[in-house]
Design a protein around this ligand. Structure first.
Ligand SMILES: C[S@@+](CC[C@H](N)C(=O)[O-])C[C@H]1O[C@@H](n2cnc3c(N)ncnc32)[C@H](O)[C@@H]1O
Length: 296
């Protein structure tokens, strides 16, 4: 299918439809949603690491999330870091400037790559951005000290293949680290249907994973020291989501007024995320693993 010829309404209809969302459709969604994401999220297209004492949320929360994830594996100037699904490059630029690491970003969307390169030029970062997909990383074996991801793996149709690729491109002893949207328990089929499927339909996600799935896939890819933790136990995660009736009401009013199909989809998505989080069916997980020094 030539997704570029679709109208926005047709694109949204396909995303919300019964068919599992294809990689082409996800890429096209991300090509068209750049202005909406910039408006709602700024340059970092991921959740923040919130603090109890702050009123409201800010871009500093998103930078704090990058610091938190970097800290989990001790990113330093000695590392070459790959950020898979780097969006418009905010994390990869931040990592290069803050930790002096060599940093490479990967995105499948040319428009994102161009914006990431522009961001790097504007901030004086020395990074490279490549085009490609997570399931076939365009790098030789044993290339990176760290592979990281920020809310991109939820979109990968074949997360197992991604983790095999991570194993391949990491140097022995290299570290994988990231954070992403998670279903809290996919064995609860009623909750999955009621809370998780609407999230997938509104955010171009083939299917969210849960902690058990991530652990199984990481171990199947021969990664060691696997850890998947619910970030609700670490910080007031709910601050970034519309969990209250009042927040939900505001979003529902905005949906009524929205004329653009993609804006309406985003607002509906925010409603679904808030409901699922309030129901305890959705959270953000931090994920960490290492490639053993000795591999067979
Ligand atoms: C929510 S955005 C996060 C972007 C970035 N990590 C950030 O935090 O600013 C998800 C990103 O995953 C990318 N993505 C989706 N499917 C992908 C795939 N199969 N391989 C690589 N990246 C993908 C999208 O293009 C998008 O940039």
């Amino acid at each position: 299918m030539d997704t570029r010829t679709l109208s926005d309404s047709q694109l949204v209809e396909l995303l919300e439809g019964e068919e599992s969302v294809s990689r082409n459709l996800i890429d096209e969604y991300y090509r068209r949603c750049i202005p909406i994401y910039l408006d709602f999220l700024g340059i970092h297209w991921h959740t923040g690491f919130y603090r109890e004492q702050d009123t409201g949320v800010s871009p500093l929360d998103q930078e704090r999330m990058v610091d938190h994830i970097a800290g989990l594996v001790g990113i330093s100037e000695h590392d070459h870091v790959l950020d898979v699904g780097c969006g418009i490059g905010a994390s990869v630029v931040y990592l290069n400037l803050k930790y002096s690491c060599r940093a490479t970003g990967l995105t499948p969307v040319r428009e994102q790559k161009l914006l990431a390169e522009k961001l790097a030029r504007g901030k004086g970062a020395e990074i490279s951005i490549d085009l490609g997909h997570a399931e076939s990383l365009p790098y030789p074996d044993n290339s990176f000290d760290v592979v990281c991801f920020f809310e991109s793996s939820c979109h990968f149709a074949d997360r197992q293949q991604f983790f095999h690729e991570v194993f391949r491109v990491l140097k022995p002893g290299g570290r994988l680290v990231g954070e992403d949207w998670l279903a809290t328990d996919l064995s609860d089929l009623t909750a999955a249907e009621k809370w998780i499927e609407p999230i997938c339909k509104t955010w171009a996600i083939p299917m969210l994973g849960d902690p058990e799935e991530y652990q199984t896939l990481l171990k199947s890819a021969s990664l060691a020291d696997v850890e998947v933790a619910d970030m609700q136990t670490l910080m007031p995660l709910h601050k970034g989501f519309a969990v209250t009736d009042k927040d939900q009401q505001i979003l529902n009013e905005e949906i009524e007024d929205a004329t653009s199909p993609l804006l309406r989809l985003t607002l509906k998505g925010l409603v679904e995320l808030g409901k699922a989080m309030a129901a305890g069916a959705f959270s953000i997980g931090q994920i960490r693993a290492t490639k053993p020094m000795q591999t067979e």
